[in-house]
Structure formats: C-alpha cells, structure tokens
Ligand binder design. Structure first.
Ligand code: COI
Length: 393
C-alpha cells in the first residue's frame, strides 16, 4: 500500500504516459506490469484484457482511493491503496442500516490520448446533497474531484481504447463506523474504485424492451428516491429479476400513490417524444436527478426541441412517437417496446430518431468532435488544478 506521496514517488516510475499536451508519470509496481498482447494494443499503455468484448461487469483494477472522516465533519487527505477488500466492523452503519451513497461516472480516452471526465462536479454536488439526506458528512467538491483524478490516473491502463468503452468510476460514501442503535454511524469512509466497461445492457445498442411494473415501486414521497442512496437498489432486484426472466431489458416504475405516473427505470431515467416535444418526469422527490438526463435536456433544447419536465401519465406511452432512457451506465438508449397490463406498445425507430440524434451529440461532445460550449468535459492530468478548472466554468 502506498500513501499519495509514496505513490507518486514509488518506483519512480517506470512508465511515462503522454496525456494530451502534458506528460505524467504513473506508478507501475513490478507486479502490475501490463501484460497486453502487443499485436493489438501497446503493452505499455493497456491492460491485457479483451477490449473488444467489454460488458458491464466488474473487472478488478490496480488501485482504489480511500479516505475516512475525521469526526469534525471533514475527511483525511486520502490515499491510493491496491484494489482489494475493505475491513469493516459487522456493526458498520452501512451494513446494518444501509447508510451509504454511490455515484456512477465514466472516464474516456480520446484518439489523441487525452483522458476526460464528463461533468464530474455534478456528481460531487449530488453526493453532497445525498449525504445531507442520509446524515453523513461529505467531501468538498475539490477533494472529490482530486480523488477521481488520482484513481483514474493510477488505473490508466484500464481505460479502454477510444471507441471500445470507458472506465466506469464508482465513488462511494458509507457509514463505516460501528453503530447498534438506529443512528448515524460514528465514522465514514469515502472510496473510489473503477472498472472498464462496455454496453450496460446485453442487447448492446439495440432498442430496449421495457416492462411496466404494477406491483412494486422504486420510491415514495419523503423517501430517498431522489438521492443516490444504496437503499434504492436492492428493492428493485426482485422486479428486475422477474422482468428479465420474462425477456425484458429492464423495468419501468410508476408512482406509488396513483400508480398512474411514470417515474424511472431501475437503472436510468425515461423520456417520451411526441412531435417536437420531449417530456420527462420531474426529478428530485422520487426520481433520481440523472446527470445524463440533465445533459440531454440541455442538448435537446439547444437542438430546437421543446422539453417539458412534468407528470407523465403511463397512458401517454401509447401515444408517444418514441421513448428513450438516459443514464451514466446506460448512455442514451432507445426503447423498442413497452409492455403495460399485458399490452405491448412497439416504437418504430427510423434512421434519424430523436434519441439517436441527441445521443450522438452527447458522444460527439465527449469525443471532442462537437464543440463543448458549456464546458462539460474535463481533461485530467497530473497538473490538473480542479479549483482553476471549476473557476473557469
Ligand atoms: C449509473 O448509471 O451509473 C448507475 O448508477 C446505474 C446502475 C444501476 C449501474
């Protein structure tokens, strides 16, 4: 295990990588030497995995970032550890009472070798809001971003080649201190681990087949559906498992009071298109404020669509021209069919469907082939100063 200082000094380093116009060094302990097949990708730069067949599974990488709360609401500086198991008390707040949050984001590599994050400040802010809801201290935005930068650079060889996928980043904030009575934990751990990923759904980029869940709900008013609490995810496993067993890609939840309004899909937000109007349920109370959701709303408005954030009735699915989902893991995914009360509604997706246009714009901005007018994309390198890049926004 290495502290940050030791990390950057250690074995000083055997590899020097080009990052955009900057150079940085990254640790390569002998046990971590890349084993790549040089006939496909340079052994210096890439881990030895099958980059052509990445799904959305967990691949252990080299390092994870860990820091603990100090008791006064702040966090220690934090350090990179070799990726591995955590030591937790059986009485940890997260294990007993689910006091935990996570974020999902992606780092991607451009053709010129640059490494980029997409709107990471939004994830920092969302984690801070979630922490307040779950009575946890949270990291400053700068600390959060620096943890991302360190983790991504330390695992650089796991970032897929351009066009092959991305490095999924999973920041977590958990009540790690022991607590038996129902109360906030006495200590918190923030960590970041990463995994190279490809498409989230086994369908790849093919249209999804969604099932409208009538028995189970994802969230209730006053609950934690509007923050990225880990407790929002275990309850959807039963409906997803049942939906998948019936051949569906994922499950769409309705509001728990009227069972009439569309909320979100287990892994993503939902949009419906009718003519020039794109509608999506209002995020915040029971619906996660997705960062891809927010981005697509801006891209759609910039592209001349009218976007309405409002109550969306389940019956509107029958009249929609198009339906699509958005999420970090999922991207922008077209829906091919929705099954509700035993009736299957099919959507015909022409060559130029709306979600394809919006999704291509998003990917174009990420790749750098479309101008990033709003400063969403952040390049990371050893010299990155988050406070400066945040001020520049
Ligand atoms: C993400 O899109 O990052 C999520 O957290 C969804 C998760 C089900 C993979």
């Amino acid at each position: 295990m290495y502290g940050i200082g030791a990390f950057s000094r250690a074995l000083a380093l055997h590899h020097r990588f080009k990052l955009g116009t900057r150079y940085f060094t990254a640790q390569a302990a002998s046990s971590l030497k890349p084993l790549c097949d040089p006939s496909t990708y340079s052994a210096e730069e890439y881990a030895n995995i099958d980059w052509n067949n990445l799904g959305f599974g967990h691949t252990p990488t080299d390092y994870m970032y860990v820091t603990k709360s100090t008791g006064d609401g702040s966090f220690e500086q934090g350090k990179l550890d070799r990726f591995g198991n955590l030591e937790l008390s059986p009485a940890a707040g997260v294990l007993n009472y689910g006091q935990g949050l996570y974020e999902g984001m992606k780092a991607f590599r451009r053709e010129n070798g640059g490494i980029f994050l997409f709107r990471p400040d939004q994830n920092a802010a969302r984690m801070q809001i979630g922490a307040e809801r779950l009575c946890m201290p949270s990291l400053t935005t700068e600390h959060f971003l620096d943890a991302l930068r360190q983790t991504v650079l330390a695992n650089k060889r796991w970032i897929p080649p351009p066009g092959k996928g991305s490095l999924y980043i999973r920041p977590m904030l958990i009540g790690s201190g022991p607590i038996l009575g129902l109360a906030p934990a006495p200590q918190y751990t923030f960590l970041v681990y990463v995994s190279p990923v490809g498409n989230y759904f086994k369908e790849g980029t093919a249209p999804l087949n969604i099932y409208v869940e009538e028995e189970y709900h994802r969230a209730v008013h006053g609950g934690a559906g509007g923050v990225k609490s880990i407790t929002n995810y275990a309850p959807v496993m039963k409906p997803i498992t049942r939906g998948k067993a019936r051949g569906f890609s994922d499950v769409l939840y309705l509001d728990s009071v009227h069972k009439r309004y569309v909320e979100e899909v287990s892994s993503c937000n939902i949009f419906i298109v009718k003519g020039n109007i794109i509608s999506t349920p209002v995020a915040g109370a029971t619906i996660l404020p997705g960062i891809t959701r927010k981005t697509i709303i801006d891209i759609a408005r910039d592209s001349g669509y009218e976007v309405e954030e409002r109550l969306v009735e389940v019956d509107e699915l029958c009249e929609a021209d198009e339906v699509f989902c958005t999420g970090t893991a999922v991207g922008v995914a077209p829906v091919g069919s929705i099954t509700y009360k035993g009736k299957r509604i099919e959507y015909k997706l022409g060559e130029e469907h709306v979600s394809k246009k919006l999704g291509s714009t998003l990917v174009g901005i990420q790749k750098g082939v479309i101008e990033d007018k709003r400063g969403w994309v952040m390049e990371i390198g050893e010299q990155t100063s988050w406070s400066n890049s945040m001020k520049a926004r």
